[in-house]
Write a protein that binds this ligand. Structure first.
Ligand code: ZN
Length: 385
């Protein structure tokens, strides 16, 4: 894992020397923002970032799921972009996380491509792609790369410095990552809870700590939008599935303007999300076009009502109990049975319905067990006599 260390973080830690453990750390907004940003990370990024870290720890069956995607040939995906979307998913709060002092997620920054035909970009399909060589509605490649023209405001006011929490907020972080406002009583209660002081001399307090529960905490967050990014994060634009039973929401794309202009004999074409950078009206020497961002999961020949999944339709896959996914071949079922040493007489076919409840159970089982399908379905569908 490569971490971008811009500047070291200063932490004041209280350590229980006898038991060799941290009681709590007192820190400014930087560390708090880094911890809170963990809540915005897509699962695929978490798996990718931790899989090579010693000691190697898996997260239930999620590693198998990730590895299955790595091993699947790109021909099984709807578009080339689908495979990279799964292996290197975008964080819906990537713009905010880019301001963190310590960046753990080393995902590539967002890229911008337009159709190789400028005429198509300006007056025909008017498309933008975040993936190189997607195919435009006209059948040409989206191959012209642009940098986004931005007017980055200098945030000189220290109160605007924080990413999720307001700047200059000092917080206490306990060993089990509970975040709370500082205060002598807080510190004493932590000590007391850990049995480090005489309980009779310390006032006991009950903490309800969590971003969504503690209004003491809430006032340290920058806005309700920032709070929503942490407690109900959405997936990045373009990542939502049409038939996804868990009801995960998707962030909306920003507006993207393609603008071109003549200055003397020279001609330039640029891309921006900031309408304020554009002149208020068009002229002979200046044109602007509002672009639509392509759904990276859709093939250009698909119609707009297609559900746009990640894998191509009409292909059957086999999913093992520990979530290894492979395309079906006539021999694949037999191979699994022989590996598991299960006699054919003990095998029966069952049909399960996957609704929201089952999908939620499957998600939980994928995180906490090595037998996701068994845990998600067999308990609810016990063997019938
Ligand atoms: Zn085109």
């Amino acid at each position: 894992m490569e971490a971008k260390l811009v500047k070291g973080l200063s932490l004041k830690a209280l350590v229980d020397v006898e038991k060799n453990r941290v009681v709590f750390v007192e820190s400014e907004d930087d560390l708090i923002d880094i911890l809170l940003s963990f809540l915005t990370m897509p699962i695929g990024s978490i798996i990718r970032l931790i899989r090579d870290q010693p000691p190697v720890v898996g997260i239930g069956c999620m590693d198998n799921l990730y590895e299955s995607v790595e091993n699947l040939d790109v021909q099984f995906f709807r578009t080339e972009a689908c495979k990279s979307m799964l292996l290197q998913p975008r964080n819906g709060a990537a713009a905010q996380c880019a301001s963190l002092k310590l960046t753990i997620d080393d995902s590539e920054p967002l890229q911008y491509f337009c159709c190789e035909s400028e005429k198509c970009t300006i007056s025909q399909h008017k498309l933008l792609s975040h993936y190189r060589n997607a195919i435009c509605g006209c059948g040409r490649l989206m191959s012209r790369k642009f940098d986004l023209t931005e007017n980055k405001q200098l945030l000189l006011d220290a109160r605007n410095r924080g990413v999720f929490v307001k700047g200059l907020a000092r917080m206490i972080v306990s060993d089990e990552l509970k975040i709370m406002p500082p205060g002598t009583a807080t510190s004493f209660s932590l000590l007391s809870n850990l049995g480090l002081t005489d309980g009779s001399t310390i006032e006991e307090r009950v903490f309800k700590i969590g971003v969504d529960q503690d209004p003491d905490f809430e006032r340290f967050l920058k806005s309700d939008d920032h709070k929503a990014m942490l407690i109900s994060p959405k997936v990045a634009p373009g990542f939502k599935l049409g038939n996804q039973p868990l009801g995960v929401e998707e962030y909306k794309h920003q507006q993207h303007f393609y603008y071109s202009y003549h200055i003397g004999y020279s001609y330039a074409a640029k891309l921006t999300c900031q309408e304020t950078l554009l002149p208020s009206s068009e002229s002979d020497s200046f044109r602007r076009t509002l672009l639509s961002v392509m759904d990276p999961k859709l093939h250009y020949m698909d119609n707009a009502t297609s559900s746009g999944g990640f894998v191509i339709e009409s292909t059957m896959f086999k999913v093992t109990d520990n979530l290894i996914i492979t395309p079906i071949s006539p021999m694949s079922g037999l191979t699994v049975l022989s590996k598991l040493k299960v006699p054919f007489s003990d095998i029966e076919e069952r049909v399960v319905h996957v609704g929201k409840e089952e999908a939620s159970r499957l998600l939980v089982a994928s995180f906490v067990t090595k037998s996701a399908l068994t845990n998600a379905f067999i308990q609810k569908y016990p063997k019938q006599e």
